[in-house]
Design a protein around this ligand. Sequence first.
Ligand code: ZN
Length: 156
Amino acid sequence: MAIRHIITEGDEALTKVCRAVENFDNRLAMLLDDLKETMIHADGVGLAAPQVGVLRRVAVVDIGEGLVELVNPEIVFEEGEQEMQEGCLSCPGVYGTTKRPQKIKVIAQNRKGEHIEFEAEGLFAVACCHEIDHLSGILFREHVVRMESKDGIEAL
Ligand code: ZN
């Protein structure tokens, strides 16, 4: 495993639409392991492949309830609305209150290519939405309803 460099806003890799993963091989496993290690090192609760310059539909989320690996994730259902304070590891020092769905259903694949699906609520839903947005070149700023100046908000 290795800690990779997290690119920041202004790098055009963060604005690209990522390609789907087709090969569930060692390279994918290594990418997932590196995303996890890099996220932990950066003290984040999620990290998407484009944030380390890899334009593939891969992300990890861990809000403190265990690691979730997302390969080719899609949100297939969303319900309700919530406001949450968010930050992004690719936008250092920028924090804002966003509006996101309260509850979502995600379908994805795991590192072996097996189908997974789950429902997410609260911070877990926000984290999944944030990371899946990264895979379409969308930053959390687009969902911000109010900028926040305080520190200590979870970054993804
Ligand atoms: Zn982010």
